[in-house]
Design a protein around this ligand. Sequence first.
Ligand SMILES: NC(=[NH2+])NCCC[C@H](N)C(=O)O
Ligand SMILES: [Mn+2]
Ligand SMILES: [Mn+2]
Length: 312
Amino acid sequence: MASHSRFIREPKTVAIVGCPFSGGQPKPGVDKGPIHLVEAGLISQFEGLGWNVKFEGHHQFEDIKTNDDPPVGILKNPKLVSRVTESIAKVVGEHVKNGELAVTLGGDHSLAMGTISGTLSTHPEACVIWVDAHADINTIESTGSGNIHGMPVSFLLGLGSKVPEFSWVKPLLKPENLVYIGLRDVDAGEKAILRDNKIKAFSMHEVDRYGIGKVVEMALDHVNPNRDRPIHLSFDVDALDPTVAPSTGTPVRGGLTFREGHFICEAIYETGLLVALDLMEVNPSLEDEASVKQTVAVGCSLLRSGLGETLL
Ligand SMILES: NC(=[NH2+])NCCC[C@H](N)C(=O)O
Ligand SMILES: [Mn+2]
Ligand SMILES: [Mn+2]
């Protein structure tokens, strides 16, 4: 077992990319997620695991001017989401190029358009493991909500009609380099997209049938058969059951248990191939104070598992 990623330089450094951003969906508060995660002690927790921690404060998106941001079709805030994710792509790309583990704190999941673009700019052969209740693969044609956090994967794959505002997104992700775990709320149009593009997905049905250990192994066999390619893990906290992570904008019952979520992060760390990790959709404005505390704490502990925290 590698002690940490073979793509990470010594002394091993984690760069925290705090993204207080909510423009990919309509519920206020998800922009406070990163602030709560850091205030809960994430930096000292990472240091406790032996990492050098780089954190220069949360990114400020206020200066991204979007006075004039009319919808494209039904897509909401296209200009804002495009500019924010483009800036995050550069930041994450820079960290990954430097051999630092990029940990991005969301914020809504539209941010992954940026984080994954950043990873692929340095490692075009990287694979993506997307852990979520949702597939987030709607196109401008298929989206029913117009919320861009339900669409980042289609942009990364280059599916659907091109939206000029997002022309900076290079379709570098190949369908065979993507795998999902935890799906249970997939729109009809998204199911067709997954089928047509032969994208591998392990829904909660497969988690129940095979157990999480086997599912992670099968997921890795699919995207990383020789265990030699960099891994980008994009974790939407709503993959967890709402009893485990209640404070999130689009909760769906029947999700991953506390241990199943952590097992995924532990197993990916153990590959020694992790180069970037996202934790998205923690919304501290939703549910009561105890639920917020619980969700933030689970977020921190998922991240620690991804950075090598072990049980023994
Ligand atoms: N990142 C998320 N929580 N995405 C939820 C997406 C829900 C729905 N499929 C939509 O397109 O709007
Ligand atoms: Mn989700
Ligand atoms: Mn998501």
